[in-house]
Design a protein around this ligand. Structure first.
Ligand SMILES: CC(C)(COP(=O)(O)OP(=O)(O)OC[C@H]1O[C@@H](n2cnc3c(N)ncnc32)[C@H](O)[C@@H]1OP(=O)(O)O)[C@@H](O)C(=O)NCCC(=O)NCCS
Length: 214
């Protein structure tokens, strides 16, 4: 799918405005010959005391479609291992949450209609007996996009599903994020044209995507 040109420009701007971050492998495998990393992003499970900061990030990413603090608390309570954060660590500066991913369990026949889904909170759709990992939210701070953080979050949350022996990972993607999902191996199941009609600025061209985990 073609990228939104405005979005690409923003991505280029954000790349230019920030000092380069080291590649994740370099940050994780320091050698005595290399200089210590001045900045790195780690992916880690969220804790309850992260959620206020995570809610602020969720708002920066999703605007009026953002989950509330209460909703994020419910998601963390429902499936803590699938609530991951990307944390930016810089020498001499406070750690900062710059990305998040969270998921819930669904049964395969859920929801019967995605319009029903839009009317309820994702946390209330969690079914502990489900074998589908539904990714409710994936987002990266606009200032740090295009540096591989989104892909790392997605790959790690998919691993959580594999470790739990779930059957598939499912999500509703938008036209802009489809490249990311394709990179992570997801395929389009079908468009959901009637979903998010009032949020087309945030969710253009919604599509159902899936990745089998077995
Ligand atoms: C989608 C999102 C999470 C991607 O995060 P990110 O850290 O920028 O993603 P990455 O840097 O890991 O990019 C992974 C791949 O997708 C591409 N990509 C990601 N977002 C893109 C965008 N908005 N436009 C064009 N390409 C994009 C990247 O170029 C990269 O491909 P490459 O390896 O060929 O360069 C981030 O843009 C975001 O938070 N968007 C708003 C919320 C959203 O749409 N979430 C998805 C749920 S539907």
């Amino acid at each position: 799918m073609k990228n939104d040109p405005g979005e690409s420009r923003n991505r280029q701007r954000s790349r230019a405005a920030l000092p380069p971050l080291p590649r994740p492998e370099a940050a994780q495998a320091p050698s005595p010959a290399t200089r210590p990393a001045v900045a790195r992003v780690i992916i880690r499970p969220a804790r309850p005391d992260d959620l206020e900061e995570a809610t602020l990030l969720e708002r920066r990413v999703w605007g009026r479609l953002a989950a509330t603090l209460n909703e994020l608390q419910r998601r963390l309570f429902a499936l803590p291992e699938a609530f991951l954060l990307a944390e930016l660590q810089r020498a001499g500066r406070p750690r900062q949450i710059v990305g998040l991913a969270n998921g819930l369990l669904w049964t395969r026949d859920f929801p019967r209609s995605y319009l029903d889904y839009e009317r309820m909170l994702p946390s209330s759709s969690h079914n502990p007996r489900g074998d589908v990992l539904y990714l409710a939210s994936v987002g990266v701070d606009p200032a740090l996009r295009g540096r591989g953080i989104g892909l790392r979050l997605v790959q790690e949350v998919v691993e959580v599903g594999r470790r739990r022996h779930l059957k598939l990972t499912r999500l509703i993607a938008n036209g802009r994020s489809r490249i990311l999902w394709a990179r992570a191996g997801f395929e389009v199941v079908r468009p959901l044209r009637r979903l998010f009609r009032q949020y087309r600025d945030l969710m253009p061209q919604p599509v159902l995507m899936e990745l089998p985990l077995l």
